[in-house]
Design a binder for this molecule. Structure first.
Ligand code: FSX
Ligand code: SF4
Ligand code: SF4
Length: 310
């Protein structure tokens, strides 16, 4: 059974509760996804390069659907360094096996940047059962060339992020740049953010599995989550317009614009202002500032992070 676009929208929008996809997913999503991905759950390989594992930690915070449901009922998660029980040659052999056995049918999720300097020696993932050592760069080429589609998660995998920022000696590049350099044309979807919101990752995965690659913006990001300017939609915009500004992080003046503390909301397009974080509890600008992490040229184009831009 395939999930129709209208069903997907209905499930994601939770019309009963009155929420749009820009806010949260409906708890019934898993049931429809289970049906949509029958009979065989699609194989997914998640590989980490140079990063902090924050993207993996963030997706574990998914509430609707829970990450346990996604992993156990919707997809077949073949490898994920943080979650996998297998390690060493067992894990490396399995990655190679998935790339061969499910050629053109599995999905490759890439977290972290790919270090290209010194033939990729700055990040190795292990040795296969024949004793051959694999760099993350080498495995990214194998997975990228054989996957049905690639999903790059996080600032590091989409734009280089902190490992790829100015001064790095590892030659870190994002997945799409590396695959382009190797002439690999497999589609790459960029889910920016350091880390990305769990809904951005799960929502994109759901779309890819049920309807294919979603509509993307110029940065390769799904338009359903990215592009709306934070400043234009910020609850503190009226204070900005009246020039009521909070000057320091310790000042207990919550009814004020955070521009003077370096807020990068005016330069950033993501739905954090309506989706919020931690299951809708709060978001960066409420407690501090937006540092612009959802833009693909972050952090270099947004540094120094605490310097005002408006
Ligand atoms: Fe990067 Fe993932 Fe920032 Fe961390 O590993 S996007 S450093 S939150 O988690 O890649
Ligand atoms: Fe909101 Fe930041 Fe814009 Fe102020 S500068 S209105 S806090 S997004
Ligand atoms: Fe990143 Fe800004 Fe969204 Fe926070 S509000 S997650 S810094 S884009």
């Amino acid at each position: 059974m395939s999930l129709k676009r209208r069903d997907f929208v209905k499930l994601c929008s939770g019309t009963v509760a009155g929420f749009g996809i820009s806010q949260m997913f409906h708890p019934g999503l898993v049931k429809a996804l289970e049906a949509a991905t029958e009979p065989g759950r699609p194989p997914v390989v998640w590989m980490q390069g140079n990063g902090c594992t924050g993207c993996s930690v963030s997706i574990l915070n998914s509430v609707n659907p829970s990450i346990a449901d996604v992993v156990l009922k919707v997809i077949s998660l073949e490898c994920q360094e943080t979650l996998s029980v297998a390690e060493g040659s067992v894990a490396v052999d399995h990655m190679l096996e998935v790339a061969e056995k499910f050629k053109g049918k599995f999905y490759y999720i890439s977290e972290g940047a790919l270090p290209t300097a010194e033939n990729g020696a700055f990040c190795t993932i292990g040795v296969d059962s024949k004793g051959k050592e694999y760099t993350v760069l080498e495995m990214a080429k194998i997975l990228g060339a054989n996957a049905a589609a690639c999903v790059a998660v996080g600032a590091c995998a989409t734009g280089g992020g902190i490992p790829g920022s100015k001064g790095n000696v590892t030659g870190c590049v994002p997945l799409h740049k590396y695959l382009e350099s190797q002439g690999i044309k497999t589609p790459v979807i960029n889910i920016t953010g350091c880390p990305p919101h769990p809904d951005w990752m799960i929502g994109t995965l759901v779309h890819v599995l049920t309807k294919g690659v979603p509509e993307l913006d110029a940065q390769g990001r799904p338009k359903m989550f990215f592009g709306k300017n934070i400043h234009d939609n910020c609850p503190y915009l009226p204070y900005f317009e009246k020039n009521v500004r909070q000057k320091t992080f310790t000042e207990k003046k919550t009814e004020a614009c955070r521009a003077d503390m370096g807020c990068k909301g005016p330069l950033t397009g993501a739905d954090c202002f309506s989706r919020k974080w931690n299951n809708g509890t709060n978001w960066c600008v409420e407690n501090a500032i937006c540092i612009g992490c959802a833009e693909i040229d972050w952090p270099d184009a947004f540094s120094p992070l605490y310097s005002p831009v408006v």
